[in-house]
Ligand binder design. Sequence first.
Ligand SMILES: Cc1ncc(COP(=O)(O)O)c(C=O)c1O
Length: 403
Amino acid sequence: MVAAPVSEALKRIKPSATIAVTQKARELQTAGHNVIGLGAGEPDFDTPENVKAAAIKAIQDGKTKYTDVDGIPELKQAIVAKFKRENGLEYKTSQVNVSPGGKPVIYNAFVATLNPGDEVLIPTPYWVSYPEMAIMCGATPTFAHARAEDNYKLKPEVLEAAITPKTKWLIFNSPSNPSGAAYTKAELRAIADVLVRHPQVWILTDDMYEHLVYDGFEYFTIAQVEPALYDRTLTMNGVSKAYSMTGWRIGYAAGPEALIKGMAKVMSQTTSNPCSISQWAAVEALNGTQAFIKPNQELFKGRRDLVVRMLNQTDELRCPTPEGAFYVYPDCSRAIGKTSASGVKITNDETFAAALLEEEKVAVVFGEAFGLGPAFRISYATSTEKLEEACRRIQRFCGNLKK
Ligand SMILES: Cc1ncc(COP(=O)(O)O)c(C=O)c1O
Protein backbone atom coordinates (compact mmCIF):
# COMPACT_ATOMS: atom_id res chain seq x y z
CA MET A 1 0.00 0.00 0.00
CA VAL A 2 1.26 3.49 -0.85
CA ALA A 3 1.50 5.88 2.11
CA ALA A 4 -0.63 9.00 1.64
CA PRO A 5 1.41 12.17 1.41
CA VAL A 6 1.55 14.29 4.57
CA SER A 7 2.27 18.00 4.48
CA GLU A 8 4.58 19.77 6.91
CA ALA A 9 1.58 21.87 8.01
CA LEU A 10 -0.39 18.73 8.88
CA LYS A 11 2.53 17.31 10.84
CA ARG A 12 2.64 20.46 12.94
CA ILE A 13 -0.93 20.19 14.26
CA LYS A 14 -2.61 17.97 16.86
CA PRO A 15 -5.97 16.26 16.44
CA SER A 16 -8.79 17.70 18.56
CA ALA A 17 -8.70 16.28 22.12
CA THR A 18 -12.40 16.98 22.60
CA ILE A 19 -13.32 14.91 19.56
CA ALA A 20 -10.93 12.14 20.73
CA VAL A 21 -12.66 11.94 24.13
CA THR A 22 -16.10 11.81 22.55
CA GLN A 23 -14.89 9.01 20.28
CA LYS A 24 -13.38 6.99 23.17
CA ALA A 25 -16.60 7.38 25.21
CA ARG A 26 -18.61 6.19 22.20
CA GLU A 27 -16.40 3.11 21.84
CA LEU A 28 -16.87 2.17 25.52
CA GLN A 29 -20.61 2.70 25.16
CA THR A 30 -20.71 0.42 22.11
CA ALA A 31 -18.80 -2.19 24.10
CA GLY A 32 -21.72 -2.21 26.57
CA HIS A 33 -20.48 0.16 29.30
CA ASN A 34 -22.77 2.73 30.90
CA VAL A 35 -20.71 5.79 29.96
CA ILE A 36 -21.72 9.37 30.76
CA GLY A 37 -20.10 11.65 28.20
CA LEU A 38 -19.41 15.16 29.45
CA GLY A 39 -17.09 15.96 26.58
CA ALA A 40 -19.38 17.29 23.87
CA GLY A 41 -19.63 21.02 23.21
CA GLU A 42 -23.19 21.34 21.96
CA PRO A 43 -26.59 22.06 23.50
CA ASP A 44 -28.68 18.95 24.13
CA PHE A 45 -31.92 20.43 22.79
CA ASP A 46 -33.32 20.79 19.31
CA THR A 47 -33.14 23.73 16.89
CA PRO A 48 -36.21 25.98 17.44
CA GLU A 49 -39.25 25.17 15.27
CA ASN A 50 -39.42 28.62 13.64
CA VAL A 51 -35.84 28.18 12.42
CA LYS A 52 -36.54 24.72 11.03
CA ALA A 53 -39.65 26.06 9.28
CA ALA A 54 -37.60 28.83 7.64
CA ALA A 55 -35.20 26.22 6.27
CA ILE A 56 -38.03 24.09 4.90
CA LYS A 57 -39.52 27.15 3.24
CA ALA A 58 -36.13 28.02 1.72
CA ILE A 59 -35.97 24.57 0.14
CA GLN A 60 -39.54 24.85 -1.15
CA ASP A 61 -38.82 28.32 -2.54
CA GLY A 62 -35.82 26.99 -4.47
CA LYS A 63 -33.19 28.82 -2.40
CA THR A 64 -30.85 25.99 -3.21
CA LYS A 65 -28.23 27.51 -5.49
CA TYR A 66 -24.86 29.17 -4.98
CA THR A 67 -25.14 32.42 -3.09
CA ASP A 68 -22.80 35.38 -2.69
CA VAL A 69 -19.57 33.86 -1.41
CA ASP A 70 -19.60 35.41 2.06
CA GLY A 71 -23.34 35.45 2.69
CA ILE A 72 -26.72 36.49 1.30
CA PRO A 73 -27.61 40.20 1.71
CA GLU A 74 -30.63 39.29 3.87
CA LEU A 75 -28.44 37.48 6.41
CA LYS A 76 -25.82 40.22 6.38
CA GLN A 77 -28.62 42.69 7.08
CA ALA A 78 -29.89 40.52 9.97
CA ILE A 79 -26.34 40.42 11.37
CA VAL A 80 -25.96 44.21 11.09
CA ALA A 81 -29.28 44.53 12.98
CA LYS A 82 -28.15 42.01 15.61
CA PHE A 83 -24.90 43.87 16.32
CA LYS A 84 -26.79 47.15 16.62
CA ARG A 85 -29.59 45.74 18.79
CA GLU A 86 -27.57 43.56 21.12
CA ASN A 87 -24.10 45.11 21.16
CA GLY A 88 -24.61 48.74 20.21
CA LEU A 89 -22.15 48.27 17.32
CA GLU A 90 -22.66 49.94 13.94
CA TYR A 91 -21.57 47.99 10.87
CA LYS A 92 -22.40 48.16 7.17
CA THR A 93 -23.21 44.93 5.31
CA SER A 94 -19.87 45.33 3.50
CA GLN A 95 -18.23 44.79 6.92
CA VAL A 96 -19.91 41.39 7.47
CA ASN A 97 -18.64 37.90 6.71
CA VAL A 98 -20.74 34.73 6.88
CA SER A 99 -18.80 31.45 6.90
CA PRO A 100 -19.72 27.75 7.27
CA GLY A 101 -19.47 27.91 11.09
CA GLY A 102 -17.60 29.97 13.63
CA LYS A 103 -14.50 27.85 13.14
CA PRO A 104 -14.05 28.83 9.48
CA VAL A 105 -14.56 32.50 10.35
CA ILE A 106 -11.41 32.32 12.46
CA TYR A 107 -9.53 30.23 9.95
CA ASN A 108 -10.44 32.51 7.03
CA ALA A 109 -9.32 35.56 9.02
CA PHE A 110 -6.01 33.84 9.82
CA VAL A 111 -5.38 32.73 6.22
CA ALA A 112 -6.12 36.25 5.06
CA THR A 113 -3.73 37.94 7.50
CA LEU A 114 -1.00 35.72 8.97
CA ASN A 115 2.58 35.38 7.77
CA PRO A 116 5.37 33.13 9.09
CA GLY A 117 6.87 34.78 12.15
CA ASP A 118 3.60 36.41 13.21
CA GLU A 119 2.39 35.60 16.69
CA VAL A 120 -1.17 34.86 17.75
CA LEU A 121 -1.63 35.54 21.43
CA ILE A 122 -4.04 33.15 23.13
CA PRO A 123 -5.17 33.39 26.76
CA THR A 124 -5.22 30.02 28.56
CA PRO A 125 -7.22 27.94 29.10
CA TYR A 126 -8.16 28.21 25.43
CA TRP A 127 -10.48 26.55 22.97
CA VAL A 128 -8.44 23.77 21.39
CA SER A 129 -8.65 24.98 17.80
CA TYR A 130 -7.06 28.43 18.21
CA PRO A 131 -3.38 27.43 18.39
CA GLU A 132 -3.72 24.72 15.76
CA MET A 133 -5.32 27.11 13.27
CA ALA A 134 -2.54 29.64 13.84
CA ILE A 135 0.07 26.91 13.34
CA MET A 136 -1.58 25.73 10.12
CA CYS A 137 -1.21 29.27 8.80
CA GLY A 138 2.51 29.27 9.60
CA ALA A 139 2.18 31.59 12.61
CA THR A 140 3.35 30.98 16.17
CA PRO A 141 0.84 30.72 19.00
CA THR A 142 1.91 32.43 22.24
CA PHE A 143 0.08 32.23 25.52
CA ALA A 144 -1.00 34.38 28.44
CA HIS A 145 -2.07 32.36 31.45
CA ALA A 146 -5.18 32.94 33.53
CA ARG A 147 -5.42 31.34 36.97
CA ALA A 148 -8.11 29.32 38.76
CA GLU A 149 -7.94 31.79 41.69
CA ASP A 150 -8.87 34.59 39.25
CA ASN A 151 -11.80 32.50 37.97
CA TYR A 152 -9.75 31.90 34.82
CA LYS A 153 -9.86 35.53 33.75
CA LEU A 154 -6.81 37.12 32.23
CA LYS A 155 -5.19 39.85 34.31
CA PRO A 156 -4.31 43.02 32.34
CA GLU A 157 -0.70 42.91 33.55
CA VAL A 158 -0.33 39.32 32.30
CA LEU A 159 -1.69 40.39 28.92
CA GLU A 160 0.67 43.38 28.81
CA ALA A 161 3.69 41.15 29.52
CA ALA A 162 2.70 38.63 26.83
CA ILE A 163 2.38 41.12 23.95
CA THR A 164 5.45 41.41 21.69
CA PRO A 165 6.12 43.50 18.56
CA LYS A 166 5.26 40.35 16.56
CA THR A 167 1.82 39.88 18.11
CA LYS A 168 -0.60 40.22 15.20
CA TRP A 169 -3.78 38.88 16.80
CA LEU A 170 -5.13 38.48 20.29
CA ILE A 171 -7.90 35.91 20.45
CA PHE A 172 -10.35 36.82 23.14
CA ASN A 173 -13.17 34.47 24.11
CA SER A 174 -15.90 35.43 26.58
CA PRO A 175 -17.77 33.42 27.82
CA SER A 176 -14.92 30.99 27.48
CA ASN A 177 -14.72 27.50 26.20
CA PRO A 178 -13.41 25.71 28.35
CA SER A 179 -13.76 27.70 31.59
CA GLY A 180 -17.14 29.42 31.14
CA ALA A 181 -15.56 32.65 32.44
CA ALA A 182 -17.18 35.82 31.08
CA TYR A 183 -15.70 39.29 31.47
CA THR A 184 -17.69 42.13 33.03
CA LYS A 185 -17.67 45.57 31.44
CA ALA A 186 -15.07 46.74 33.97
CA GLU A 187 -12.85 43.73 33.30
CA LEU A 188 -13.09 44.33 29.54
CA ARG A 189 -12.22 47.99 30.12
CA ALA A 190 -8.97 46.94 31.82
CA ILE A 191 -8.11 44.57 28.96
CA ALA A 192 -8.96 47.27 26.40
CA ASP A 193 -6.70 49.78 28.17
CA VAL A 194 -3.75 47.46 27.52
CA LEU A 195 -4.70 46.88 23.88
CA VAL A 196 -5.07 50.57 23.14
CA ARG A 197 -1.34 50.91 23.93
CA HIS A 198 -0.38 48.25 21.31
CA PRO A 199 -1.65 49.36 17.90
CA GLN A 200 -0.04 46.41 16.07
CA VAL A 201 -2.38 43.96 17.81
CA TRP A 202 -5.66 43.02 16.13
CA ILE A 203 -8.40 41.55 18.27
CA LEU A 204 -10.48 38.57 17.27
CA THR A 205 -13.25 38.37 19.82
CA ASP A 206 -15.05 35.03 19.80
CA ASP A 207 -18.49 35.83 21.22
CA MET A 208 -20.01 32.45 20.39
CA TYR A 209 -21.48 31.96 23.88
CA GLU A 210 -22.85 35.50 24.26
CA HIS A 211 -26.40 34.32 24.96
CA LEU A 212 -25.40 31.66 27.45
CA VAL A 213 -24.85 33.80 30.55
CA TYR A 214 -26.47 33.42 33.97
CA ASP A 215 -27.51 35.24 37.13
CA GLY A 216 -28.42 38.37 35.16
CA PHE A 217 -24.86 38.77 33.81
CA GLU A 218 -24.73 41.77 31.46
CA TYR A 219 -22.83 40.91 28.31
CA PHE A 220 -20.42 43.30 26.57
CA THR A 221 -18.05 42.82 23.65
CA ILE A 222 -14.73 44.63 23.46
CA ALA A 223 -15.32 46.99 20.50
CA GLN A 224 -18.43 48.22 22.31
CA VAL A 225 -16.50 48.96 25.49
CA GLU A 226 -13.59 50.67 23.71
CA PRO A 227 -14.54 52.28 20.38
CA ALA A 228 -10.85 53.05 19.74
CA LEU A 229 -10.40 49.31 19.08
CA TYR A 230 -13.25 49.11 16.52
CA ASP A 231 -10.92 49.56 13.53
CA ARG A 232 -8.80 46.54 14.48
CA THR A 233 -11.39 44.21 15.95
CA LEU A 234 -13.10 41.29 14.26
CA THR A 235 -16.25 40.59 16.28
CA MET A 236 -17.12 36.95 15.72
CA ASN A 237 -20.31 35.14 16.65
CA GLY A 238 -22.58 32.43 15.28
CA VAL A 239 -25.86 30.59 15.60
CA SER A 240 -24.37 27.24 16.67
CA LYS A 241 -24.67 27.50 20.43
CA ALA A 242 -27.38 30.09 21.17
CA TYR A 243 -29.86 28.60 18.71
CA SER A 244 -28.75 24.98 19.02
CA MET A 245 -27.70 24.91 15.36
CA THR A 246 -24.29 23.24 15.52
CA GLY A 247 -25.02 21.05 12.51
CA TRP A 248 -26.25 23.87 10.29
CA ARG A 249 -22.78 25.44 10.03
CA ILE A 250 -23.27 29.19 10.12
CA GLY A 251 -20.82 31.55 11.80
CA TYR A 252 -20.35 35.23 11.19
CA ALA A 253 -18.19 38.21 11.96
CA ALA A 254 -18.01 41.95 11.42
CA GLY A 255 -14.94 44.12 11.16
CA PRO A 256 -12.93 46.41 8.92
CA GLU A 257 -13.93 46.21 5.25
CA ALA A 258 -10.45 45.33 3.95
CA LEU A 259 -10.21 42.33 6.26
CA ILE A 260 -13.73 41.19 5.33
CA LYS A 261 -12.79 41.43 1.63
CA GLY A 262 -9.69 39.32 2.29
CA MET A 263 -11.76 36.66 4.02
CA ALA A 264 -14.21 36.56 1.09
CA LYS A 265 -11.27 36.10 -1.30
CA VAL A 266 -10.14 33.05 0.71
CA MET A 267 -13.67 31.62 0.60
CA SER A 268 -14.00 32.27 -3.12
CA GLN A 269 -11.13 29.84 -3.74
CA THR A 270 -11.97 27.27 -1.06
CA THR A 271 -15.43 26.67 0.40
CA SER A 272 -17.52 29.17 -1.59
CA ASN A 273 -20.72 30.13 0.21
CA PRO A 274 -22.10 28.56 3.40
CA CYS A 275 -25.15 26.31 2.79
CA SER A 276 -27.91 28.45 1.26
CA ILE A 277 -30.65 26.76 3.30
CA SER A 278 -28.77 27.24 6.57
CA GLN A 279 -28.30 30.91 5.74
CA TRP A 280 -32.08 31.40 5.43
CA ALA A 281 -32.53 29.51 8.71
CA ALA A 282 -30.00 31.85 10.33
CA VAL A 283 -31.95 34.88 9.08
CA GLU A 284 -34.94 33.56 11.05
CA ALA A 285 -32.78 32.72 14.08
CA LEU A 286 -31.53 36.30 14.28
CA ASN A 287 -34.68 38.17 13.18
CA GLY A 288 -37.33 35.88 14.66
CA THR A 289 -38.47 35.31 18.23
CA GLN A 290 -35.73 35.07 20.84
CA ALA A 291 -38.21 33.61 23.35
CA PHE A 292 -36.40 30.32 23.93
CA ILE A 293 -33.11 31.95 25.01
CA LYS A 294 -34.32 32.81 28.54
CA PRO A 295 -35.72 29.37 29.46
CA ASN A 296 -32.53 27.77 28.14
CA GLN A 297 -30.48 30.10 30.31
CA GLU A 298 -32.53 29.04 33.35
CA LEU A 299 -32.07 25.38 32.52
CA PHE A 300 -28.29 25.73 32.07
CA LYS A 301 -27.95 27.83 35.21
CA GLY A 302 -29.61 25.09 37.27
CA ARG A 303 -27.24 22.50 35.84
CA ARG A 304 -24.20 24.69 36.38
CA ASP A 305 -25.11 25.22 40.02
CA LEU A 306 -25.64 21.51 40.55
CA VAL A 307 -22.29 20.56 39.04
CA VAL A 308 -20.27 23.28 40.80
CA ARG A 309 -21.84 22.36 44.15
CA MET A 310 -21.22 18.63 43.80
CA LEU A 311 -17.64 19.01 42.54
CA ASN A 312 -16.75 21.35 45.38
CA GLN A 313 -17.97 18.74 47.87
CA THR A 314 -14.86 16.70 47.05
CA ASP A 315 -11.49 17.33 48.73
CA GLU A 316 -9.58 17.16 45.46
CA LEU A 317 -11.49 19.57 43.20
CA ARG A 318 -11.79 23.34 43.27
CA CYS A 319 -14.40 24.60 40.85
CA PRO A 320 -15.03 28.32 40.29
CA THR A 321 -18.61 29.30 39.38
CA PRO A 322 -18.44 30.53 35.80
CA GLU A 323 -20.66 33.26 34.43
CA GLY A 324 -21.53 31.55 31.17
CA ALA A 325 -21.21 28.93 28.40
CA PHE A 326 -22.03 25.34 29.41
CA TYR A 327 -18.67 24.34 30.80
CA VAL A 328 -17.01 24.21 34.19
CA TYR A 329 -13.30 23.81 34.65
CA PRO A 330 -12.42 22.29 38.03
CA ASP A 331 -8.82 22.47 39.19
CA CYS A 332 -7.62 19.00 40.21
CA SER A 333 -4.15 19.82 41.54
CA ARG A 334 -4.98 18.26 44.92
CA ALA A 335 -5.50 14.90 43.21
CA ILE A 336 -2.00 14.85 41.73
CA GLY A 337 0.29 12.33 43.40
CA LYS A 338 -2.61 10.21 44.72
CA THR A 339 -3.51 6.71 43.56
CA SER A 340 -6.91 5.65 42.24
CA ALA A 341 -8.99 2.63 43.36
CA SER A 342 -7.54 0.45 40.57
CA GLY A 343 -3.98 1.51 41.39
CA VAL A 344 -3.41 4.23 38.78
CA LYS A 345 -1.00 6.90 39.97
CA ILE A 346 -2.49 10.31 39.13
CA THR A 347 0.48 12.22 37.71
CA ASN A 348 -1.38 14.91 35.74
CA ASP A 349 -4.85 15.81 34.53
CA GLU A 350 -4.59 13.41 31.59
CA THR A 351 -4.10 10.40 33.90
CA PHE A 352 -6.90 11.75 36.12
CA ALA A 353 -9.33 11.88 33.17
CA ALA A 354 -8.20 8.48 31.83
CA ALA A 355 -8.63 6.78 35.23
CA LEU A 356 -12.03 8.46 35.74
CA LEU A 357 -13.20 7.12 32.39
CA GLU A 358 -11.78 3.66 33.03
CA GLU A 359 -13.08 3.27 36.60
CA GLU A 360 -16.28 5.32 36.73
CA LYS A 361 -17.13 5.60 33.02
CA VAL A 362 -17.37 9.39 33.04
CA ALA A 363 -15.79 11.13 30.05
CA VAL A 364 -14.28 14.59 30.63
CA VAL A 365 -11.58 16.44 28.68
CA PHE A 366 -8.24 16.89 30.45
CA GLY A 367 -6.96 20.44 30.95
CA GLU A 368 -3.59 20.13 29.21
CA ALA A 369 -5.56 20.00 25.95
CA PHE A 370 -6.73 23.55 26.73
CA GLY A 371 -3.27 24.75 27.70
CA LEU A 372 -3.86 25.03 31.45
CA GLY A 373 -3.81 22.29 34.03
CA PRO A 374 -4.08 20.38 36.20
CA ALA A 375 -7.79 20.74 35.55
CA PHE A 376 -10.45 19.26 33.33
CA ARG A 377 -13.47 20.43 31.40
CA ILE A 378 -17.00 19.27 32.02
CA SER A 379 -19.71 20.13 29.53
CA TYR A 380 -23.03 20.33 31.37
CA ALA A 381 -25.04 20.37 28.15
CA THR A 382 -26.67 17.09 29.11
CA SER A 383 -29.69 16.05 31.19
CA THR A 384 -29.81 16.98 34.87
CA GLU A 385 -30.24 13.29 35.83
CA LYS A 386 -27.11 12.30 33.91
CA LEU A 387 -25.16 15.21 35.39
CA GLU A 388 -26.16 14.26 38.91
CA GLU A 389 -25.13 10.65 38.35
CA ALA A 390 -21.85 11.75 36.72
CA CYS A 391 -21.04 14.02 39.66
CA ARG A 392 -21.82 11.19 42.11
CA ARG A 393 -19.35 9.02 40.20
CA ILE A 394 -16.73 11.78 40.23
CA GLN A 395 -17.26 12.17 43.99
CA ARG A 396 -16.79 8.41 44.44
CA PHE A 397 -13.66 8.48 42.24
CA CYS A 398 -12.18 11.29 44.33
CA GLY A 399 -13.26 9.63 47.58
CA ASN A 400 -11.35 6.50 46.57
CA LEU A 401 -8.10 8.37 45.84
CA LYS A 402 -5.37 7.38 48.32
CA LYS A 403 -2.17 9.19 49.23
C1 LIG B 1 -15.28 29.16 21.67
C2 LIG B 1 -15.80 28.57 20.41
N1 LIG B 1 -15.65 29.25 19.28
C3 LIG B 1 -16.08 28.75 18.11
C4 LIG B 1 -16.67 27.52 18.04
C5 LIG B 1 -17.05 26.99 16.69
O1 LIG B 1 -18.36 27.07 16.41
P1 LIG B 1 -18.94 26.42 15.08
O2 LIG B 1 -19.49 25.09 15.48
O3 LIG B 1 -19.98 27.38 14.63
O4 LIG B 1 -17.84 26.29 14.10
C6 LIG B 1 -16.83 26.77 19.20
C7 LIG B 1 -17.41 25.41 19.11
O5 LIG B 1 -17.21 24.56 19.93
C8 LIG B 1 -16.38 27.30 20.41
O6 LIG B 1 -16.51 26.61 21.54
